[in-house]
Design a protein around this ligand. Structure first.
Ligand SMILES: *Cc1c(COP(=O)(O)O)cnc(C)c1O
Length: 421
C-alpha cells in the first residue's frame, strides 16, 4: 500500500508546476504565422516582458533553455578573448562560466563556495586590481538554484559604480524571476536572463534576454559582420532583430513558437495583471520563510536537518537546499515520492568529487505556481517521512511553518527583510 495515489506534486526547482490555465491556453491548433490573431497577441507580450523585469529597455526571446540564454548573453556582449568576471555561488554560476569558456571568452572566476553569497568586499578588491579595465562584464546568478544562495545584485552595481568600473553587469535570473524581487533598471543591470520553466510557470522551451542600451552599444563595438573574427554573434544569436525586427519572423529568427506564446500570454496575465508582481514576490517571501521555519524546528533538539544558507538574507525565495546526514537525504526524497506523491529535488553540485549527487542533500522548490497548501503539504509529508524512516528531528516543524503563514497571509507590503535591499 502507498499513500501516493492522487495528484502527484513535482517540487523540484524547475521545471515547475504549470497551471492548468497555461496548459489549456497552449492546447490549440497551429496558428497562421504570417498575419492575424497571433501577431496581435504577440504585440502585447513585449511590453509585459519588460514589466516583468522592471525595465524600460530591450528584450529578446529565444526558443531554448537557460543554457541558450547564457550563450545569447555571452555572444551579444563579449568577443573571443575578452575577459569576463564570473561570481560563483554554486553549480549554476559555474555553468555560466563554462558556457563562456566554451566560446573562447577569457573567464576569471571568483568563487564564493557553496554555502555563502557573493562577498562584496572581495569583489571590490578584484575590481580594484583591474586598473586597466580588462574586465568587460561581471556575471552572476541572482539565485543559484543548487545552493539556494541569493546574491545582492544592487550591491554589485554599487561596487562597480563606486570604483568607476565600466564592466557590464549581467545577471542570471533563471530561477528567481517572478519569485524574488528584481528591478533591472533601478539596480543598474545591463543583461538579465530568465527561462520559462521556473518562476514563470511555463513548460521549458523559451528563454528571455533583457538588455540595456549600454549593453547594446557594447555589442555594436566590433563593427564586424556577425560570426567574423573575434565577434561571437551569429545571425541566430543576434539580439537586435529579435528585439527590434519589424517583420514578425525576425523576432523569432524563423517560425514563432506559436503554442508556447499562448501559454506565455496566460502566465503573464496571471503574474502581472491578476495577482500583481509585488504580490507574487510577497507570496514567495512568506512561503520561503515558512519552509525555513520548519527546517529550523526539525534541526533543533539533536535533529540533523540543516538549511544550506545560514543567513536568511542570503536565502532564495524560490528554492531551499537542505541536508540531513547521508544517506538520509536520499532516503527521505524516495519516501516522499513513493509513499506520498511529492517529488523533491536532488542535491546538485553538492556531492564530493566523483559523485553525481550527494545522498545528504536535497531541495524543496517553492517557485511559481505554488501556494500555502502545496508548501504545507510538502512539509507535512517530509515530517511524516522522517518519522517513518526513524530520522531524528525536532518537533513542531509543520506548526512553525503554519505560524509563519498565519502571520504572513494577507500582508499588503513585502516584508523588509524579504525585499533584498
Ligand atoms: C535552471 C537554471 C539554469 C539552467 O537552465 P536550463 O534550462 O536547464 O538550461 C541556469 N541558471 C539557473 C540559476 C537555473 O536555475
Amino acid at each position: 500500500m502507498s499513500l501516493a495515489h492522487g495528484r502527484p506534486y513535482l517540487a523540484i526547482p524547475g521545471p515547475s508546476v504549470v497551471p492548468d490555465r497555461v496548459l489549456t491556453a497552449m492546447h490549440r491548433a497551429s496558428a497562421n504565422i504570417y498575419e492575424g490573431e497571433l501577431h496581435e497577441m504577440v504585440a502585447g507580450i513585449w511590453p509585459d516582458l519588460k514589466r516583468l523585469a522592471c525595465t524600460d529597455q530591450h528584450v529578446a526571446l529565444y526558443i531554448g533553455n537557460g543554457h541558450a540564454g547564457w550563450e545569447a548573453a555571452n555572444a551579444n556582449t563579449l568577443r573571443r578573448g575578452e575577459r569576463a568576471l564570473v561570481l560563483t555561488t554554486g553549480h549554476f554560476g559555474q555553468g555560466w562560466a563554462a558556457s563562456m569558456q566554451g566560446l573562447g571568452i577569457d573567464v576569471q572566476v571568483l568563487d564564493f563556495g557553496r554555502h555563502a553569497p557573493v562577498d562584496l568586499a572581495r569583489l571590490e578588491d578584484t575590481l580594484r586590481a583591474d586598473r586597466a579595465h580588462a574586465i568587460r562584464a561581471v556575471a552572476l546568478t541572482q539565485v543559484d538554484t543548487a545552493t539556494s544562495a541569493r546574491n545582492d545584485v544592487a550591491g554589485v552595481r554599487k561596487v562597480l559604480d563606486a570604483l568607476g568600473h565600466p564592466a557590464l553587469l549581467m545577471v542570471d535570473c533563471i530561477a528567481s524571476l517572478g519569485c524574488d524581487a528584481f528591478r533591472m533598471d533601478d539596480w543598474g543591470v545591463d543583461v538579465t536572463i530568465a527561462a520559462s520553466q521556473k518562476g514563470l510557470m511555463m513548460p521549458p522551451g523559451l528563454v528571455f534576454v533583457w538588455f540595456s542600451e549600454r549593453a547594446r552599444q557594447a555589442r555594436r563595438r566590433t563593427g564586424q559582420p556577425a560570426g567574423r573574427g573575434d565577434d561571437l554573434v551569429t545571425p541566430w544569436w543576434d539580439w537586435e532583430p529579435r528585439a527590434f525586427g519589424e517583420a514578425f519572423w525576425q523576432r523569432f529568427c524563423g517560425t514563432a513558437p506559436t503554442q508556447a506564446l499562448h501559454g506565455l500570454r496566460e502566465a503573464l496575465d496571471m503574474i502581472l495583471h491578476e495577482e500583481g508582481l509585488e504580490a507574487v514576490w510577497a507570496r514567495h517571501a512568506v512561503l520561503a520563510r515558512a519552509v525555513w521555519a520548519a527546517a529550523d524546528a526539525w534541526g533543533a533538539d539533536g535533529g540533523a536537518m540543516r538549511l544550506n544558507m545560514a543567513d536568511p538574507g542570503a536565502r532564495a525565495h524560490a528554492v531551499t537546499a537542505l541536508r540531513l546526514d547521508s544517506p538520509d537525504g536520499t532516503r527521505l526524497r524516495r519516501w516522499c515520492e513513493d509513499q506520498a506523491g511529492v517529488t523533491l529535488g536532488i542535491g546538485l553540485g553538492m556531492a564530493e568529487p566523483g559523485e553525481y549527487a550527494s545522498d545528504a542533500w536535497f531541495r524543496l522548490a517553492h517557485m511559481g505556481h505554488v501556494n500555502a497548501h502545496m508548501v504545507l503539504g510538502s512539509l507535512g509529508v517530509m515530517q511524516a517521512g522522517m518519522a517513518a524512516l526513524g530520522i531524528a528531528h525536532g518537533a513542531g516543524g509543520v506548526d512553525a511553518a503554519a505560524r509563519v503563514m498565519a502571520e504572513g497571509a494577507g500582508a499588503s507590503v513585502l516584508p523588509l527583510a524579504a525585499a533584498g535591499e
